[in-house]
Design a protein around this ligand. Structure first.
Ligand code: SAM
Length: 246
């Protein structure tokens, strides 16, 4: 079993989260905030190539080819979530119905948020909408942590640009690195200081950085070695930030 009580700052693990999650103790996670593969590969028309700019990545990545179904997560997510816990999952239009079908009957509440990207990738061919919104499904039981602020700040809609500038990692470049403002918005709303935030698909540890910046403890898993190494490097600056470190 993973000693989650011993995590004073953060713990990062490399491997398949579907296996490693089995070693997380029952009711030990306060917030599951993750961004699993979207299984969008089968809808892709391929990357777009241009003479005058870098190619636009339509294929997302190799890791998106592997089919993962929300049903695969249900048992462990339910088991490891603390009674005051919340689950937030970034997902795509092709998966939202599946998340609802599987998770709605099991949790007291199932809702969704929309992240509006203010700087989406342009649609050069002008043939359809821009891909400017991303869906986040969320679920919880009665008694969950909920830091309601003002009515005007509690819309299930959040606007911020996709990750860019100095925040965007250059080496390795992760195709779906999430921006910190949306992650911090969710973490503030759905957890308290010193709570344990868990991201089983951590990519380059954006959830971990957001959690540490807000004084939450963090547990993350990433299967890819290069991304995992980037997580280790990226979080090194946050070891002693906020809560006491191990
Ligand atoms: C959508 S990305 C997450 C990006 C992340 N939110 C960020 O901001 O960097 C999904 C990540 O899950 C990883 N992944 C895919 N299958 C996995 C598995 N079974 N266990 C752990 N990680 C996995 C991929 O390598 C990829 O980096």
């Amino acid at each position: 079993m993973i000693d989650v009580m011993g995590i004073k700052s953060y713990k990062l693990l490399q491997g398949d989260c579907m296996k490693i999650m089995k070693d997380i103790p029952d009711r030990s996670i306060d917030l599951i905030l993750c961004d699993p593969p979207y299984n969008l590969a089968k809808y892709s028309t391929g990357n777009m190539h241009f003479d005058w700019r870098s190619e636009i990545n339509n294929d997302v990545a190799q890791w998106d080819l592997e089919e993962l179904s929300p049903a695969d997560f249900l048992e462990d997510f339910k088991r490891i979530l603390s009674p005051k816990g919340n689950i937030f999952v970034f997902t795509s239009y092709n998966m939202i119905g599946k998340w609802h079908e599987v998770f709605d009957p099991v949790f007291a509440t199932f809702q969704f948020m929309v992240w509006h990207k203010t700087n989406p990738i342009p649609n050069i061919r002008k043939s359809s909408f821009l891909n400017s919104c991303e869906l986040i499904v969320c679920m919880w039981n009665k008694g969950h942590t909920w830091n309601f602020t003002k009515q005007s700040e509690m819309h299930n809609f959040f606007e911020c640009p996709i990750c860019m500038g100095s925040e965007r990692l250059k080496n390795p470049k992760h195709p779906t690195q999430k921006p910190l403002p949306i992650l911090k918005h969710i973490i503030k709303l759905a957890s308290n200081e010193k709570d344990l935030v868990f991201d089983p698909f951590m990519g380059v540890a954006s959830t971990g950085v957001a959690a540490r910046q807000l004084n939450r403890r963090f547990l993350g898993i990433e299967i890819d070695h290069t991304y995992y190494k980037a997580c280790v490097d990226r979080l090194a600056d946050y070891k002693e930030y906020g809560v006491e470190s191990t």
